[in-house]
Design a protein around this ligand. Structure first.
Ligand SMILES: Cc1cc2nc3c(=O)[nH]c(=O)nc-3n(C[C@H](O)[C@H](O)[C@H](O)COP(=O)(O)OP(=O)(O)OC[C@H]3O[C@@H](n4cnc5c(N)ncnc54)[C@H](O)[C@@H]3O)c2cc1C
Ligand code: SF4
Length: 506
């Protein structure tokens, strides 16, 4: 186990974070990892409690707490503390194929269940994980490991988000020949063209792609399956197919005036994708290769023109809304207001929400912090939504009417007389997703649930069509990167059993 008295001796210390005044000047990652000696102390805070809820993925009152990948957290914390980093790495990679993704963007379900968090501060599991994998890359320990033998079976993965990548990685290691189809010009799904560069530098995805290619995975980008290649052709050409195309059907804005006012209203993922593309293009003249994207604030730039000096309203207070705030701040918005329909959560756990349940507490993420620094006030407005949009004669957005809402018998209802019309020339809709895009599953003849997800038996990844499997947001509904990876691995296991008649994959 780790240092028995570590949690008593050392305080939780997090990675250093650049000040908002510095970090809003560019789209670079802004967290700096602790030096090795301090990281070892942080790992020593893991007491190996004997009942590691951190790796449990336990569902309590409908919410999951603990790591969905069942990462062997106490084991690798112990190895970090002892300076056995290579052993720690081996234990980490046993369950998590992409710690460099989760170490950057995972909301750390593990830390919410850490027993140190019951009375004090949980172990910095998330940052320990990132340190271990980045340390391994820096030391040159991560090398391509192609399979010794090929099975002669071929699998197509449609969609290269974390679910598709995890499925591809596991099947390729098993010896199957894997081809990943991606309609975008670069792999990664929402890790590439959703989550902004300051949260995950896009070179991280390029690095993983190069490794996977060296191990034998084939990536075909710029091809939309269902349009450029038909489902029948895919079925004929491959022994199995995995559908991992995400939950990309954005929830529509149902406000008055949206039939007339079109200019100035964006869906969040379209907006974030264009921002990332531009950041990367500006950096080195190619769309994919940027490793050190500079700010779009210098020189002419389409997205900057779109945002600079604008009064921005963002509809939706989740991760996506926060990423939009961080992006518009970097692009010079004149003001930003974020509307959230739900009530303001408490700062601390309520009594009926004890450890190790997922804590329903207020989260102040980087974008909100930055907006507060720039404008001197918190941009969040709770229990509010957009009731109407207003525009000029050319259909260009000029204002929005905001109304307060409240929860009545489980339904969101407007509070009469609370309407307020505010100037707004850029409205970004970050109100979530209603399910997957239907065309592709329809072409494959795959059944969907009433909630717009691919239908499977509980706990299975096999769709209604033999040989066609599914994973990630498309199957689970809009979720998290860590869940997409867990689903991708589970999907690979079922495909292996389908192809071979048995499986030993974990
Ligand atoms: C703005 C934003 C921020 C987020 N931030 C976080 C975060 O901080 N932490 C976190 O854990 N999660 C976050 N999430 C959620 C997370 O990104 C998703 O849960 C995860 O990416 C889902 O992975 P996936 O592989 O299922 O789908 P996706 O990542 O959506 O990938 C699906 C891929 O399929 C491709 N595709 C679709 N149709 C076709 C087709 N017909 N042919 C070929 N390719 C196709 C798409 O282009 C895409 O690349 C965020 C989501 C958003 C929108
Ligand atoms: S993947 Fe997420 S939940 Fe699992 S150990 Fe890493 S940070 Fe924690």
């Amino acid at each position: 186990m780790g240092k028995p008295t570590g949690f008593l001796e050392y305080e939780r210390v997090e990675n250093t974070v650049a000040d908002p005044s510095a970090r809003i000047r560019n789209f670079k990652e802004f967290r700096k990892m602790l030096p090795e000696a301090e990281r070892m102390q942080q790992a020593a805070r893991c007491m190996n409690c004997g009942v590691p809820f951190c790796q449990s993925a336990l569902e309590l009152k409908g919410r999951v707490t603990g790591c969905p990948l069942h990462n062997l957290i106490p084991e690798w914390n112990d190895e970090i503390w002892r300076g056995h980093d290579r052993f720690g790495l081996a234990r980490l990679l046993q369950t998590n194929p992409f710690p460099e993704f989760t170490g950057r963007v995972c909301p750390a379900l593990c830390e919410k269940a850490c027993i140190n968090g019951m009375q004090g501060d949980s172990v910095t599991v998330h940052e320990n994980e990132l340190w271990l994998i980045e340390h391994a890359f820096a030391e040159g320990w991560i090398k391509p490991l192609p399979p010794a033998r090929r099975s002669g079976k071929s699998v197509a993965i449609i969609g290269s988000g974390p679910a598709g990548l995890a499925c591809a990685d596991a099947l390729n290691r098993r010896g199957h020949s894997v081809t990943v189809y991606e309609r975008d010009d670069a792999i990664g799904g929402l890790l590439m063209y959703g989550i902004p560069n300051m949260k995950i530098d896009k070179s991280v995805l390029r690095r993983r792609q190069e490794l996977m290619e060296a191990e034998g995975v084939r990536f075909i980008t710029g091809i939309e399956v269902g349009r450029d290649i038909g489902a029948e052709e895919m079925k004929q050409n491959f022994d199995a197919v995995a559908l991992c195309t995400g939950a990309r059907e954005a929830r529509k804005l149902s406000a008055e005036g949206t039939d007339v006012v079109k200019d100035g209203i964006w869906y969040a993922v379209d907006f974030l994708k264009d921002v990332t593309k531009e950041v990367l293009t500006k950096q080195d003249g190619t769309e994919q290769g940027g490793t050190d994207p500079e700010v779009a604030q210098s020189g002419p730039c389409g997205m900057r023109d779109l945002v600079s000096g604008r009064q921005v309203v963002i509809l939706g207070g989740g991760d996506t809304g926060n990423d939009c705030i961080g992006s518009v701040i970097r692009l010079g918005a004149a003001s930003v207001r974020e509307l959230e329909m739900m009530p303001e959560p408490p700062e601390k756990r309520r009594e009926n929400n004890p450890w190790p349940e997922w804590p329903d507490v207020k989260k102040t993420d980087y974008g909100v912090e930055e907006a507060t620094w720039v404008f001197g006030q918190d941009p969040r407005q709770y229990e509010s939504t957009v009731k109407a949009v207003h525009g000029d004669d050319a259909g260009k957005l000029t204002a929005v009417t905001i109304v307060r809402v409240s929860m009545q018998n489980g339904k969101i209802t407007e509070v009469p007389g609370t309407e307020e019309t505010v100037p707004c020339d850029l409205l970004i809709i970050a109100a979530g997703f209603t399910g997957c895009e239907k065309e592709l599953p329809e072409q494959f003849g795959v059944a969907l649930t009433g909630r717009g997800r691919t239908a499977t038996e509980a706990g299975s990844m096999q769709t209604s069509v033999p040989g066609i499997f599914t994973a990630g947001d498309m199957h689970r509904g809009p979720s998290l990167v860590v869940w997409a990876i867990a689903e991708g691995k589970a999907c690979a296991r079922e495909i292996d059993a389908y192809l071979m008649g048995y499986t030993e994959m974990i």
